[in-house]
Design a binder for this molecule. Structure first.
Ligand code: ARG
Ligand code: ASP
Length: 713
């Protein structure tokens, strides 16, 4: 019986995948494939998901602090997002004594919620296609004139909208400039931390389990939106009141079944699904491996000190997680591209397009030769940008370089200086100069050894040896303002950043003779001269052809329903609750349980420790209403939704629009979905709402939060 079932699904699978969704898909919420969604099981209408004039689900979905997604789950503006999305805020409120990262944080009531100046959430009030207006009159123009006219048209469209002070209008291209959409955005600014589990729940499995299924992470945290007394956005004030949303999501406690319909609503950041084969090959063979190599070196050195020293652990926690995150993702991406034969498939797709429309051949030929020409520059760009990003000495030097440039060209106004100071202070707050000197020395050596000789700045031959670099960097940093050690008028950037910047002339004069600045300037200027300009010129030409290639794909492949690549705007993706068969004889179930946490449990381990109280709840099976039909509490589950970075914190909803999960990751075997979604391997990973409520109720004893929500049983 079982066997027949498997065979049957193997036969049916390709049929199901002939839907629009076979290529994945992140759809603009005003243009949903309602019929297909209903065929897959959806019970609500597309209007209930997005309606600019009536409360709809979109009124409960926000972009969290410009990156992640979050959703409103109570009539009092309670927000749910990932632990890793709120991580920076949790970290900022943490000290060695009050270590919320380690122990978790739960406000006892609204008065105990913690403000986070600078954190914002964005609502999308409306979406309008404005292609005709933006592209008006551009048809027969050359590239440059067309660009200018588009910029002018965009300003015109914008001035046609009447905006409230808290609103803004953003116009973004999709399909590489073949279409344009306008987004009406409302920003709230008083966002307070309500609760977060300890990292041993919220980040359980940490970097070892990151991007991996089966997974057991309670990756959630809670915030609340506050508004002024008229329910409008306002800067933080203790007089602000909880925001009353137009709509909030009911939270479901129903059991899940494989093949249940689901959709994910959020802000996916960036995908490139329509690149030519040659571009994918370049990512796979050149740029991804280069970026992986740089980060590997940085991570190893940071990790050694973080494991040995608690203060460093806290200081570098957020940074380390973010460096490790994409390092690991790229490794999975390369493997997945190989395994799904992305390049081979793209090549035959290109041939099939050419067969239908011979005019596509010159476009593809053109792209091939441009990408070939760009390849060495792309590789050096990867090495350079990753080196500057991961060697903080260079990151800091880069900021000061920009400051110096602005000062010397007379472009320095007060606001720029203030922004710059804030940014610097943020870096210094979590900076360990000695540790970073080591990382910088190693990355400099890697660059000097790996980059092609024609890109190596003059004199950089001497930086090929790590050990020698350490003393060289130490010598250069010793008296440098950049690393916070050199002093101006008796102050350093550590002791009194305002004083250092108060005397602009002294600072500029000091920077101009700073030996570390000299080293960085030659690094940067050589990169700009030998690589950046060449790369960008070629990229501009590639963009022109890619726009054409995109239009040609859409005109020629009539059987395919196209969706625009992700661009950090609001999208809907849908699919089914599903496990997968990632390798021969390996089958992944779609759901994990608390028993699986205990299987991974390593007492005292920095990744796999489990809090005592959770162990206790497990031992006594005190699961209340949160267990499923197996008697255990479900922790994470997977589905075929096409998600990417930025979808973290996105709500996963069921056929009726109830919240069933919180998106936070994808499985390793499918991370190439940003470039080549493959329905066989690509799965998104979510925290089950049952586990979230279980932790809030049974672990944190924060029933007051559950009482705010509307629970669907
Ligand atoms: N991989 C997920 C995403 O890209 C989760 C990252 C946070 N977790 C971590 N261990 N770094 O953002
Ligand atoms: N973890 C990602 C995020 O932070 C989601 C993903 O890449 O699947 O947005």
């Amino acid at each position: 019986m079982k066997r027949k079932h498997i065979l049957l699904s193997a036969v049916l699978f390709p049929a199901v995948m002939a839907f629009a969704q076979q290529y994945g898909g992140m759809w603009i919420p005003t243009e949903l494939n309602e019929k297909e969604m209903k065929d897959l099981g959806m019970k609500i209408s597309a209007k209930q998901i997005f309606d600019p004039s009536k409360p709809s689900i979109k009124d409960a979905v926000v972009q969290f602090n410009g990156g992640c997604t979050a959703e409103i789950i109570s009539p009092q503006g309670l927000l749910l997002t990932n632990h890793h999305c709120g991580y920076g805020q949790i970290q900022k409120h943490s000290t060695v004594k009050n270590d919320y990262l380690t122990d978790g944080f739960w406000a006892k009531d609204m008065n105990g919620e913690l403000p986070n100046p600078g954190v914002t959430v964005d609502f999308i009030a409306d979406i309008k296609e404005v292609t005709a207006e933006v592209l008006a009159g551009t048809k027969n123009l050359d590239e440059k004139s067309s660009e200018n006219l588009i910029a002018k048209n965009i300003e015109n469209v914008k001035s046609g909208f009447k905006l409230e002070p808290w609103q803004k209008l953003v116009i973004k291209p999709v399909y590489y400039g073949n279409k344009y959409y306008a987004y009406l955005i409302e920003t709230y600014k008083d966002i307070r931390l309500v609760g977060a589990p300890p990292s041993s729940i919220g980040k359980f499995g940490s970097d070892t389990d990151n991007w991996v299924w089966p997974r057991h992470t309670g990756d959630f945290s809670m915030f609340r939106i506050y508004a002024d007394k008229d329910n409008k956005p306002a800067e933080y004030s203790k007089d602000n009141v909880p925001y009353k949303p137009k709509y909030f999501l009911p939270v479901s406690l129903k059991d899940k079944q494989e093949d249940d319909f689901t959709f994910v609503f959020g802000f996916p950041g960036r995908t490139t699904e329509y690149l030519p084969a040659i571009a994918v090959e370049q990512v796979m063979k050149e740029t991804d491996p280069a970026m992986i190599a740089v980060r590997e070196v940085a991570l190893k050195t940071l990790n050694e000190k973080m494991r040995a020293d608690n203060e460093t652990r806290i200081k570098y926690a957020s940074k380390y997680a973010s460096v490790a995150n994409y390092w690991k993702k790229w490794i999975g991406e390369v493997e997945g591209l190989e395994k799904s034969d992305a390049v081979g498939k793209k090549k035959s797709y290109e041939q099939s397009l050419i067969a239908k429309n011979p005019q596509i051949k010159p476009t593809i030929d053109g792209l091939n030769s441009l990408y070939k020409e760009q390849s060495p520059y792309a590789l050096n760009k990867a090495y350079y940008t990753e080196t500057v990003r991961n060697a903080e000495t260079f990151t800091l030097a880069n900021y000061f370089y920009n400051y110096l440039q602005a000062a010397e060209s007379g472009k320095l106004d007060e606001k720029t200086t203030e922004n710059f100071k804030t940014r610097l202070a943020g870096i210094y707050q979590n900076y360990d100069g000695e540790l970073d000197a080591k990382v910088t020395a190693q990355l400099l050596a890697l660059y000097a050894n790996k980059t092609q000789p024609k890109f190596l700045p003059e004199g950089f031959d001497r930086y090929k040896n790590e050990a020698q670099n350490i003393s060289a960097i130490e010598e250069l940093s010793k008296n440098s303002v950049i690393t916070g050690r050199g002093n101006i008028n008796g102050a350093t950037t550590y002791s009194d950043i305002n004083k250092v910047f108060a005397d602009q002339n002294a600072l500029v004069a000091n920077l101009k003779k700073d030996p570390l600045m000299k080293l960085f300037s030659s690094f940067r200027e050589s990169y700009m001269n030998t690589t950046d300009k060449q790369f960008t010129d070629l990229q501009d030409q590639i963009d022109v052809l890619q726009k054409k290639f995109m239009a040609q794909q859409m005109e020629t492949d009539k059987n395919r329903t196209f969706f625009p690549d992700a661009n950090s705007t609001l999208r809907v993706t849908y699919g089914k609750v599903k496990g997968s068969n990632p390798r021969d004889a390996v089958y992944y179930g779609y759901q994990t349980h608390i028993a699986g946490i205990m299987e991974k449990y390593v007492p005292g381990d920095y990744e796999f420790d489990v809090p005592k109280k959770l162990v206790q709840l497990y031992n006594t099976k005190d699961y209340g209403i949160y267990k499923d039909k197996t008697g255990d509490v479900p922790v994470n589950f997977t589905a075929t939704n096409h998600t990417t970075g930025g979808n973290s914190g996105s709500p996963t909803l069921d056929a009726n629009g109830n919240l069933i999960g919180l998106n936070f990751d994808r499985q390793w075997e499918g991370t190439m979905s940003d470039i080549n979604f493959d329905p066989r391997f690509s799965r998104n990973i979510m925290v089950d709402t049952k586990y979230i409520l279980f932790i809030i109720d049974k672990y944190a004893d924060a029933k007051w939060l559950i009482n705010e929500m509307k629970i669907v049983k």
